[in-house]
Design a protein around this ligand. Structure first.
Ligand SMILES: NC(=O)C1=CN([C@@H]2O[C@H](COP(=O)(O)OP(=O)(O)OC[C@H]3O[C@@H](n4cnc5c(N)ncnc54)[C@H](O)[C@@H]3O)[C@@H](O)[C@H]2O)C=CC1
Ligand SMILES: O=C(O)[C@@H]1CCC=N1
Length: 275
């Protein structure tokens, strides 16, 4: 592909999530000049300049945004309306891709003036190319648009399309917020390691390597987590003692309640920002 044959991608907001996608695209060989970022916060612009040489970054929206085939919304949901007001007159012909939690396609179409909108819900492992992003497209989005979105997100990890926009609230609760649940469990396992006399570094290494290995085993074997758990659990052994303790404390139900609380919050955010 020649440099000029790459459709221009504009990012509104150049923070964590935008950086994860930009880093993936550059690593995959996309030229920096085929990207454009609007980032009003000067220290963040400096960080982008250090991390991504040659990346064109604007301090404010201007008419050059009109060249973008794809506009990626990567601001905090609370700042979307303000950011959209500054960009709408330049971006209304482009395909819109949002990574914002809770802002629904209707609100994005209205504020950007654009017809074609894809909402995505990525997660932070996108930073190392191991994320998973849920995707939802409105009816104006074409098959070619979907392919472009998949290409843009591919370097950050997997993608999964959902048919109902409301399913993105479940995706947000499960995989969007999910890395935090995992870190919470690792924190608790590491604390227990230290309580038993291991050092902080030893505890963390053992907990993280175990979780990474267990996830890789589950993914590669394709076997159910229940079967894999039962295979670790010897009758009358140590795992049985631990799982019995978790069950007595109602940890499984507590995790389910936590995920449903996140889904409820995702719905509330959607209602807040309008449909
Ligand atoms: N952090 C996470 O785990 C996930 C975050 N998200 C979503 O991604 C979005 C971005 O999150 P982060 O990258 O973590 O936030 P961030 O705060 O790192 O990045 C947002 C950037 O937008 C910039 N900004 C503020 N006002 C702007 C404007 N008017 N025009 C252009 N840029 C503006 C800020 O200066 C900041 O650099 C949020 O909507 C969040 O819901 C989605 C999935 C996971
Ligand atoms: O906590 C949040 O609202 C965002 C969405 C998913 C992860 N972080």
């Amino acid at each position: 592909m020649t440099q000029s044959s790459y459709p221009l991608i504009a990012f509104i907001g150049g923070g964590n999530m935008a950086s994860a996608i930009i880093g993936g695209l550059l690593r995959a060989g996309r030229p920096a000049e085929s990207l454009l970022v609007v980032e009003p916060y000067a220290p963040q612009r400096d960080r982008l300049a250090v991390e991504f040489a040659q990346l064109p970054v604007l301090a404010a929206a201007d008419a050059s945004l009109a060249r973008a085939a794809l506009v990626v919304w990567a601001v905090k949901p609370q700042l979307f309306a303000e950011a959209a007001a500054a960009c709408a007159s330049h971006v209304d012909q482009a395909l819109q891709l949002s990574v914002m939690a809770g802002v629904r396609v209707g609100a994005i179409a209205r504020a950007s003036g654009a017809e074609r909108v894809v909402r995505s819900m990525p997660n932070t492992p996108a930073l190392i190319g191991q994320g998973i992003a849920g995707l939802y497209a409105n009816t104006a989005v074409s098959a070619d648009d979907r392919v472009l979105v998949e290409q843009v997100l591919a370097p950050t990890g997997r993608t999964l399309w959902v048919e109902q926009e409301s399913d993105l609230d479940a995706v947000t609760a499960l995989s969007g917020s999910g890395p935090a649940y995992f870190f919470y469990v690792v924190e608790a396992m590491s604390a227990a390691g230290q309580q038993m006399g291991l050092s902080e570094a030893q505890s963390r290494e053992l907990a993280l390597a175990t979780c990474a290995g267990a996830a890789a085993l589950a993914l590669q074997s394709g076997e159910s987590p229940t079967l894999l758990r039962e295979r670790v659990t010897s009758k009358g052994g140590t795992t049985h003692a631990a799982i019995s303790s978790l069950q007595a404390d109602g940890v499984g139900a507590a995790v389910q309640r936590a995920v449903l609380a996140a889904q409820q919050r995702a719905r509330e955010l959607g209602d807040e920002f309008g449909s």
